[in-house]
Design a protein around this ligand. Structure first.
Ligand code: GLU
Length: 411
């Protein structure tokens, strides 16, 4: 992420919130720095016998409201600034959705597509060997993020449990079902995002239901895929989707289930029959009603914010919009539902998984999704109320609400 500094952007958002709500200087001063950052090297024996050393991070930003909590990302662009920013956003997000957690985030600088499965397992276990003293069910609880899966979480829990000498499922969330995972966790982020979309549509003069609200989604990982599936099931017309390589577009609407099967087989979206190919950049500028960035940071920036045609943006990625773009979008009266609200269904359901682990319970999917819907509805209501009170954007309101909740806990 060389052109943009995610942490700088995050601090800009903090300053804006502090200014609007007259946050006490000692509070914002404390929130300018993570409590602790770990940087570790992970030697991995590759399949050909060579040793390769990878670099991994864990940023523990703030734990005033509870244990540090947030995902682990495997991506070639991971660096310390990005991880710091993401951990700060987790602290904000966890306060917005009101789970008893602080904020943390980690990652390894690696393109996991270049590794074999066995290499990936050794890397995942090696990372835990380096950080296990600094995580724990009541200290810091990792989870999946970009390119990390339930299977990877299972390796990590297994490694942690071996190292501490007892089975400890609650140390990590997002596990497979048969390894202490929760019903509903895999699809939770997408599910929660569509709940938020429905809330916004209810209160907005977008097109009537029958005509089909057109949605374009950037990103077809765990978040983008489930968002697309639930949006389609709810009657929205998903007209464009993309993966890290490129996207497809059909103004008449796409069949997401078919596309998902097609992608599994062909390992790409490009070339899906009956759709036009479209680049990731162009997807953002399509004539749609709702735009859903569900990939990486800094996708909507100064240079393209004026070209966006959607009237509503639901941020499912973390940090997809730069502060400069935010100003342009606000001027153009495009509503932005911020990441820390719209993608908080993932961590909310992580909390439900962690709770079930600690109390040795197993809940039905219906029960989990019902609790998730409550989390989303309350978060949306609280943020909307704060926005009204301060006459500000949903993003600024979410930050204000979160910083106030964190400040209360710090006192
Ligand atoms: N990685 C997800 C996020 O960015 C989930 C974190 C978690 O469940 O702890 O919110």
């Amino acid at each position: 992420m060389s052109k943009f500094n995610a942490f700088e952007n995050a601090m800009q958002q903090l300053r804006t919130a502090a200014k609007t709500a007259k946050i006490r200087p000692d509070v914002s001063e404390r929130l300018k720095h993570p409590d602790r950052v770990l940087s570790v090297s992970i030697p991995v024996k590759m399949d050909d016998g060579r040793i390769k050393v990878f670099v991994g991070y864990r940023s523990q930003y703030n734990n005033a409201r509870g244990p540090y909590k947030g995902g682990l990302r495997f991506h070639q662009d991971v660096d310390l600034d990005e991880v710091k920013a993401l951990s700060f956003w987790m602290a904000i997000k966890n306060a917005v959705v009101n789970v008893p957690y602080g904020g943390g985030k980690g990652g390894i600088t690696v393109d996991p597509k270049q590794l074999s499965k066995r290499e990936l397992e050794r890397l995942s276990r090696g990372f835990i060997q380096k950080i296990y003293r600094n995580i724990g069910p009541h200290l810091d609880v990792p989870a999946p993020d970009v390119n990390t899966t339930p299977e990877i979480m299972a390796w990590m829990v297994d490694e942690y449990s071996k190292l501490v000498g007892k089975s400890t499922p609650a140390v990590i969330t997002g596990k497979p079902l048969n390894k202490g995972g929760s019903q509903g966790r895999t699809e939770a982020t997408g599910y929660g995002g569509v709940e938020v979309l429905k809330e916004v549509i209810k209160g907005q003069g977008l097109r009537g239901r029958g005509q089909g609200v057109r949605v374009a989604i950037q990103g077809f990982g765990n978040v983008g895929l489930y968002f697309a599936l639930f949006a389609q099931a709810a009657g929205f017309k998903v007209v464009a989707v993309s993966d890290s390589k490129s996207g497809i577009y059909n103004p008449q609407g796409l069949d997401i289930k078919k596309i998902s099967k097609w992608k599994e087989k062909n390992r790409q979206l490009r070339g899906f029959p009956g759709a036009k190919n479209v680049s990731n950049e162009k997807l953002l500028e399509l004539p749609v009603d709702v735009l859903v960035p569900a990939a990486l940071e800094n996708q909507i920036h100064k240079a393209n914010a004026s070209k966006i045609k959607a009237k509503l943006i639901i941020e499912m990625a973390n940090g997809p919009t730069t502060p400069e773009a935010d100003l342009i979008l606000a001027k153009r009266k495009i509503s932005v539902v911020p990441d820390v609200l719209s993608n908080s269904g993932g961590v909310a359901t992580s909390y439900l998984e962690w709770y079930q682990n600690l109390h040795q319970q197993k809940w039905s999917k219906a029960k989990v999704l019902k609790r998730l819907e409550k989390f989303m509805a309350h978060a949306f209501r609280d943020v909307a109320k704060t926005a009204k009170k301060h006459r500000t954007t949903l993003r600024n309101a979410a930050f204000i609400l979160a910083v106030q909740r964190i400040a209360k806990a710090m006192k």
